[in-house]
Design a protein around this ligand. Structure first.
Ligand SMILES: [Zn+2]
Length: 348
């Protein structure tokens, strides 16, 4: 199983935006954020075609190609409308509209649908936006310098913790406990939009930055979310700025019966670190040795060439090498999406 986060979301709007923000001293590099700010943006037609070409070239023993379970954000802020409203009101646009704005006449969403039909690309839910709407709007409203500068470039993904104590990318982290009501509303609205766009209900949810208050689990279950992402030692927010750690393993159930899906392999060639393929193959080998499925985490950033073509070339070359090695080393391997794995777990 290959899980790839962040599809549909704006990260860096352009190379010029990166340079302008860097010149203003806006933090774009702390932690693991530099590669996202340098390379990660909405996938163009060329990006999607290049990815699908790699996936189409590889088959398991059933003739199935590797499939990306694409964790999608279905919306982005409508910057124009928010500005017109003097930062007093929040508006969003669907991912289809954002793609049309970024890449007019490329019909990128059409290509997503083709990828879905060919079982190469299976959207699941990563949130309505990859954005903490409440915290961001408060910062915009009080005129925070960096937040406004980034807004002018059509982004929010800089390192903003000094602004609000939490990452704007963490859509469901809590600046105030009272934000929980708004969070449930956003999840409900986002899942509605997901179904409208893709024609089926999402069953798997990966919260942005992994952060989600447990009181939202029952509401998500009612909305059809049967599978929830978790790390093995998972930080769960209790109150603003306060986390507790839960031990969650693959298949463990929440109180309302959802199952946790944990990842046990990681493939991030955009870090530029050597040995990405070998490291991931070792993780897959360990998974199989313990008779577990290999669930690989690999973010969108690795496959995007719009801001830097060499990033996409590196990511796809290594993806091809990884997948070719997998079918050679384990001829009995079967590729599947997260929801297929979940259904298989339910049936046993
Ligand atoms: Zn994400």
């Amino acid at each position: 199983v290959i899980e790839s986060d962040d599809w549909g979301s704006i990260r860096m709007s352009s190379r010029r935006a990166f340079d302008r923000l860097a010149n203003h001293g806006v933090d774009l590099h702390t932690g693991d954020s530099l590669r996202y700010n340098l390379y990660d943006t909405l996938a163009s037609r060329e990006d999607m075609e290049a990815l699908f070409n790699v996936l189409r070239g590889i088959r398991d023993r059933n003739g199935q190609n590797p499939v990306f379970t694409a964790l999608c954000l279905v919306a982005n802020p409508d910057f124009e409308k928010i500005q017109e409203a003097g930062f007093g009101e929040y508006y969003y646009e669907s991912l289809v509209r954002t793609h049309e704005r970024y890449y007019p006449n490329q019909n990128v969403f059409q290509l997503w649908k083709q990828g879905m039909e060919r079982n190469l690309f299976k959207p699941q839910f990563h949130g309505r936006e990859h954005l903490n709407v409440q915290a961001w709007m408060r910062a915009l409203n009080r005129g925070d310098r960096d937040t406004r500068l980034a807004f002018e470039e059509g982004i929010w993904g800089f390192n903003n913790k000094h602004v609000s104590g939490l990452s704007f990318q963490a859509a469901f982290d809590l600046e105030h406990l009272s934000d929980l009501t708004a969070h449930m509303g956003i999840l409900k609205d986002g899942l509605r939009l997901f179904e409208e766009l893709f024609g089926y209900k999402a069953s798997f949810f990966v919260p942005p930055n992994g952060i989600l208050h447990e009181s939202l689990y029952p509401g998500l279950s009612e909305l059809g979310i049967n599978y929830l992402y978790s790390s093995k030692l998972h930080p769960v927010p209790v109150e603003p700025g306060q986390f507790t750690t839960r031990l969650n393993y693959l298949g463990k159930k929440t109180k309302v019966g959802q199952r946790f899906i944990t990842r046990n392999a990681f493939f991030e060639p955009s870090t530029g670190l050597p040995g990405c393929v070998v490291k991931c193959l070792n993780e897959i080998e360990t998974a199989f040795r313990f008779r577990r499925p290999a669930i690989i985490s690999s973010h969108r950033v690795n496959y995007i060439g719009v801001l830097d073509e060499s990033n996409r070339a590196r990511g796809l070359d290594q993806l091809k090498e990884l997948l070719e090695s997998v079918v050679r080393r384990w001829p009995e391997v079967e590729f599947m999406s997260t929801s297929e794995l979940g259904n298989l777990m339910e049936s046993e």
